[in-house]
Design a protein around this ligand. Structure first.
Ligand code: ADP
Length: 363
């Protein structure tokens, strides 16, 4: 188990990472997610031993301060792979096992095993200069896994690839990590990647860990509005919990996972009364802040009326900006989605229905 205990990294008196603490259990994949410049790479480098830091990095309770990078038993993969250009694929993958003193026949077997794991069987003698970007990253992953590291550190391993390849390689990587059962820290600024690959999530912002937990829990219940917006929430508005459901101006949704639901069903919730326009007359519930991702609001036959002010085609849907100020004055415009077949245009009157899948409870 990896324990990061109040780690701080300072450059020129400015802390790039402040008091960061997190844990990764054996076999677990933790994604360190945050905007560019939030300190993710710096924290990864501190864990690897590449960056001087205060606080402690421990493995199974043993403090690693003073343990050099190559003795930590960690495997590293960076954005651009950084393969040895003068060695072929097998030479790259066998490097770590050779340093560990593994006999040649065993090394050869290990190389074949790893090439199979990353889907490049038969690539042993390829010069690494002739690999595509995706192949090079697979080889970098195989090389990092070859010495059987106790922790795999991946720093934006897919961000140098084009979108389509990134998506397919992310899916492959899930399989590789599950099969290799290696404890992993993945640094990424891409929420999709974090959700595809990780069991748990730690959100880093301005050098501090704002929230960590199970991926789905963090997704549904971001700690504050800043985290929520970073995790794709585009509309924030008041709501209340009534009878196991959250109600807001756009309708109501089942949120059985929300802690306030459990509280209100046991009668412990306070009646703070942030009544919404669609709230049941006279009833009040626990006030909550509701976060809506664009796909929480869908263009439909029924729902809250508004006027389309902008439209953008996405790969599998149409994203629309809708002015709802006449019916929901607390938010002037909202982001919503329509299907590709719905011909919505700026100026059109539409109705927006609430889809529980895109609803988050903030704070
Ligand atoms: P992220 O990986 O989240 O994009 P980084 O860890 O690379 O963020 O950077 C965090 C902050 O630390 C940034 O403000 C960056 O400019 C600064 N920083 C990173 N590396 C160095 C360095 N070697 N010297 C000085 N400042 C640095």
């Amino acid at each position: 188990m990896l324990t990061v205990d109040r780690v701080t990294v300072t450059y020129d008196r400015t802390p790039a990472v402040r008091d960061a603490s997190l844990e990764i259990a054996d076999g677990e994949v933790l994604a360190l997610l945050g905007p560019s410049g939030s300190g993710k790479s710096t924290l990864l480098r501190a864990i690897a031993g590449l960056e001087p830091a205060t606080g402690a990095v421990r493995w199974d309770g043993d403090d690693l301060t003073g343990v050099p990078v190559h003795r930590r038993g960690f495997g590293l993969v960076f954005q651009d792979g950084q393969l040895f250009p003068h060695r072929d694929v097998a030479g790259n993958i066998a490097f770590g096992p050779r340093m560990q003193g593994m006999p040649p026949a065993d090394r050869e077997r290990r190389v074949a095993e790893l090439l199979d794991l990353v889907g490049l069987t038969g690539y042993e003698r390829r010069p690494v200069t002739e690999l595509s970007g995706g192949e090079a990253q697979r080889v970098a992953l195989a090389r990092a896994l070859a010495p059987r590291p106790r922790l795999l550190l991946l720093d934006e391993p897919l961000s140098g690839l084009d979108a389509e390849l990134r998506e397919s390689l992310a899916l492959d990587l899930v399989g590789v990590l599950r099969r290799a059962k290696t404890t992993t820290l993945l640094v990424t600024h891409d929420q999709e990647e974090a959700f595809t690959l990780a069991d748990r999530l730690a959100v880093l912002d301005e050098g501090s860990v704002r929230q960590s937990g199970d991926v789905v829990d963090v997704w549904r219940a971001p700690a504050d509005e800043r985290v929520a917006r970073f995790l794709g929430v585009t509309t924030v508005l008041p709501g209340e919990i009534i009878d196991d459901r959250v109600r807001c101006a756009f309708g109501s949704a089942d949120v059985p996972w929300c802690p306030a639901v459990a509280a209100s069903s046991t009668g412990a919730a306070s009646s703070t009364g942030a009544a919404s326009s669609t709230g049941a007359a006279g009833s009040t519930g626990a006030a909550v802040t509701v976060g809506l991702r664009p796909h929480a609001l869908r263009v439909a036959a029924d729902g809250v009326p508004g006027e389309v002010v902008a439209r953008a085609r996405r790969r599998d849907h149409t994203r629309v900006t809708v002015d709802v100020s006449a019916t929901v004055p607390e938010v002037s415009t909202v982001e919503a989605v329509a299907t590709m077949s719905e011909a919505v245009r700026p100026g059109d009157e539409v109705r927006l229905a609430l889809d529980p899948d895109g609803v988050a409870i903030v704070g």
